[in-house]
Design a protein around this ligand. Structure first.
Ligand SMILES: [Cu+2]
Length: 176
């Protein structure tokens, strides 16, 4: 399996093809997999005009253990799995190839922590809208399960926007 190097800045062209091929492959296998991952309270942070990326949050619990390996959504050109890291005193996010889901343990995707990043958004996401998102979870044996979510869009928080990496100040330094 191809892994994205963690030690250098993430390159977006690679992310495009990588995420799409993973998503396409996983769809073929999804029907055979028995659901064993539960998703609680999926939501997406609403966006403002010109904002090209936002975060998806939820609580994932895998009964038998596995890892989140990919995602896709019709509203986003690119979907990545992100973690937050401290760079000196600055919090940054970066793409990771997968997120471990230990057996029976609830893993929370939340602002300031792990999240699924929806990038190259095709439209603004307004509070109250519902966004379809597919997440791909791989079990220890390599079997893949696709979770089809309907994430509710919540309004941008009124506080802390300037520090929020999902705000409209750009993502990974990209300006649009
Ligand atoms: Cu992110």
């Amino acid at each position: 399996m191809i892994r994205t190097p963690l030690t250098r800045p993430f390159t977006r062209p690679l992310a495009h093809s990588f995420a799409r091929s993973l998503a396409a492959a996983s769809l073929l296998l999804a029907a055979a997999a028995q659901a064993q991952v539960t998703v609680k309270d999926p939501w997406v942070r609403g966006t403002v005009a010109q904002q090209s990326a936002t975060g998806l949050f939820a609580t994932l619990t895998s009964a038998q253990g596995g890892k989140l390996v990919a995602g896709s959504s019709p509203v986003a050109g690119v979907v990545e799995i992100h973690e937050m890291t401290m760079d000196g005193s600055t919090m940054r996010m970066r793409a990771i190839p997968s997120l471990d889901l230990p057996a029976g343990k609830a893993v929370e995707l939340k602002p300031g922590g792990y999240h699924v990043m929806l990038m190259d958004l095709k439209q603004p996401l307004k509070a109250g809208d519902t966004v379809p998102v597919s997440l791909v979870v791989e079990r220890a044996g390599g079997q893949r399960e696709t979770l089809e979510l309907k994430a509710v869009v919540r309004a941008m928080a009124g506080t802390g926007a300037a520090k929020d990496p999902h705000g409209h100040h750009g993502h990974h330094g990209h300006k649009h």
